[in-house]
Ligand binder design. Sequence first.
Ligand SMILES: Cc1ncc(COP(=O)(O)O)c(C=O)c1O
Length: 389
Amino acid sequence: MLSGSERLFMTSNRSVPFYSGAASVRRQWTELSGLIRQSAARGTFVSGPLAIELEERVKQYTGARNAIACGNGTDALSLMLQAAGVGPGDEVIVPAYTFFATASCVAHVGAEPVFVDVDPTSYAIDPEAVRSAIGPRTKAIMAVHLFHQMADIAVLRDIAEQHGLELFEDSAEAIGMRAAGRHAGLWGRAGVLSFFPTKTLGALGDAGMVLTDDDELAERVSRLRTAGGTTGHWPGSLTVGTHSVCDEIQAAVLLTRLNVLDQDINRRAELAAHYTRRLAALSPVVATPVMAQSKEPGAPVWYVYLIETDHRAELIRYLTDHQVGTEIYYPRPLTEQPCFRDLAGARHPVPVAKAAAKRAVGLPLYPDLTDEQVDRVCDLIHAFHGGAR
Ligand SMILES: Cc1ncc(COP(=O)(O)O)c(C=O)c1O
């Protein structure tokens, strides 16, 4: 007979949710509940010893000199830019195809995003497009690492150095990704991580982090995340900060999941390979992900398994009707977001971003997905295209 918690975490064999962390929580429940109980007994619920331990463990895992935990990846991006002195009058070159926060953080610190096109294979900012968008007010380049691979980060770093620009990384999706052995987020002045539940290292709520080898920047981020000082009242605050910290329950979840992160990454790779094998026969109607050529290549880390098809809407409808979840990454280029489209920085041509926003869709991918579930998704995609396999 199933226990109450087993029933709670159960999903039907036929349904394949886009995301489910239920089985990992169940597997690690004893360890996790122990940490949560300790934290409750201690009575420290935010920025306590677990959040500090998480920062230490992420430093070890990534090789960063500093890791500063905060409320989520969006806040981490704004804190990073504010601490680096990016502000009014500055332009930051960002990719047009990415999560909203990559550009909203630039606007939040009073600077202007300048949107450029992406590479069709990596979906990351196109270095040549970056070169052509550099102007007198350009302060920084924001590289973003999406889905399963890093941007061409060594080339972007060269461009930043040649033009005296800062390089930042929106590495929110990129825990575990490395190029030439160096972890994402550590190629420029600073980078961020998001621990949103669906991420490769996901919490059961929100959390994020700034990574940097720059000690002074780290100190400023640390102050800004707590209103400019420990309390913002005492000993007196020179900077206007915010309140964005990691709570102990999320830190407990993340510490527990960090213990199995490399296992999870390996399982994600097996599942991605399974999808690619099963969907190969549908090429080129269904395009499966590949690694782009880059100056310093790294191994993939599969956060999202993204396919492209001209029949996206119909395929999503078909999969939904058969209880398979999907997610559109990203529904429109940021140059078409009403809040950005009238900016001067939204005038560069972004045909690749536009095409990807029309054609790309993410399939379910998480460590607890079974091979049978991947087969079910692939069978349905084959059936949709007119042949059962
Ligand atoms: C590329 C990218 N940037 C920024 C974020 C923002 O992170 P969060 O959701 O933790 O605020 C995310 C994740 O959602 C992301 O994927």
